[in-house]
Design a protein around this ligand. Structure first.
Ligand SMILES: [Mg+2]
Length: 156
């Protein structure tokens, strides 16, 4: 199963809305962005469980910058879709939605915005919405994924 993560407000804080992983002097030197505490463990766990992890953001950061940031923390992801690619692909498909994960073969998208949940309900794609203040956000995601798997099995 392909899982995509939003960046801002989900994995990377806008300000100090959630705790972050420690960053060393080298990271500071290279202006590596902070990532949410537990992000590395969660993503590694999901990858061990055979989920493919991707980044899907409406930020204009370059893909190489995003990959470098993640790599600093020991995280590697499959695909990165930034806003440049997102706009191009959604426009070519005449999709009027801020995000549309199925266009990139993402089965479940994880985001902080309830607006994305609403888009998912309208456009029929699966989302997991995580509040920035959720201290047990990893469990929230794991539990929601389990429920999605169970529903999928029952539908078969
Ligand atoms: Mg966000």
């Amino acid at each position: 199963m392909n899982i995509s993560f939003d960046l801002d407000g989900t994995l990377i804080p806008y300000a100090d809305e959630f705790n972050t992983e420690k960053i060393g002097w080298l990271g500071k030197l290279f202006r590596i962005e902070k990532i949410r505490k537990g992000a590395k463990d969660l993503i590694l766990k999901l990858q061990q469980d055979n989920y493919k992890i991707h980044i899907y953001t409406t930020s204009f950061r370059s893909k190489s910058k995003i990959r470098r940031t993640l790599k600093y923390y020991g995280i590697s992801v499959n695909r990165i879709v930034n806003q440049i690619e997102n706009q191009k692909v959604l426009k070519s498909k005449n999709i009027y939605s801020s995000k549309f994960p199925p266009a990139f073969n993402f089965d479940v998208h994880i985001d902080d915005l309830s607006g994305v949940r609403i888009e998912g309900e309208k456009q029929n794609f699966k989302t997991i919405i995580v509040d920035p203040s959720d201290l047990n956000w990893s469990e929230t995601i794991m539990n929601n994924l389990k429920n999605i798997e169970i529903k999928k099995e029952n539908a078969q």
